[in-house]
Design a protein around this ligand. Sequence first.
Ligand code: AVJ
Length: 319
Amino acid sequence: QGDPANVHFYNAHPSAGDGRKELLEGLLQAQKRISPKWFYDERGSQLFEEITRLPEYYPTRTEVAILEEHRDDISAHCGTDCVLIEPGSGSCEKIRLLLEALRPAAYVPLDISAEFLRETALQLGTDYPWLPIRAICADFNCDWSFLKHLPPGKRVVFYPGSTIGNLTPEDARNFLQRVRRVIGEDGGIVVGVDLHKSRERLNSAYNDTSGVTADFNLNLLTRLNRELDAAFDRNNFSHCAFYNVKVQRIEMHLVSKKDQRVRCNGSYIELSAGETIHTENSYKYTIEGFAALAGLAGLALRQSWLDPDRLFSVHYLSA
Ligand code: AVJ
């Protein structure tokens, strides 16, 4: 049968941008770095799904339990008939936890990967025939033309997974300021935030004993080889993840095991033994710290939901 009638697609023509330029710029810094968005090629996305099932990696299962436990209260804050916008919707899995309780007027998944967006939106539209879906291929962090496709109604942004932790506090504030402008005076945002906790617990969550996180991190080198016609050998690098208590963030790095020159984009990248490529930050917040950050963006915490061990938090914020 054809596409379900309740699903419509729009392409806001996100500036795919020149990945090469961005990747090379990062590798030419004094502290070499790569944006964590590059983790998620096909293999990287599979490895991340595996990470979410690891015993040491508590965030995903903890957030799912919070969303399931408090779905009615969360829905009450969002209000009936809201227009639910999810930037970086990915697999659209978590929204399924809320849909029956929330019964939104429309669901607006945003993703920069058109094919992934199409696949997940069609599946969701088939499973929820009553739900109008406006799937928009857009990059929320810069492209706003999607606004003209939004149906009327109270706007609520859904941003789970502590993905906000990948942003520096400054970028997180800028993101929340953009959200504030999109949702207006009467709208809201439901956001997942991983909480500051013991260094041991956090180090364990990013250094699992089965080595899946190490594979996830090292897989970036395979992606670099493809994107930059490079010859990074993963045997010459090791995974490193540690909680930087001073700035309350997990840092992930790839450590060069030796002095090496790597062919890359028609030239060479040099790394000395022990030098690292910084591949991810995952910031951890206290409730007060996150409230203060949101306050700078003109948003107030209206309600917070935590698990019994206070590992993770979900918040509803509004202007
Ligand atoms: C998907 C960005 C929330 O920061 O915990 C998991 C990604 N990195 N293990 C996180 C990740 C290493 C995850 N986020």
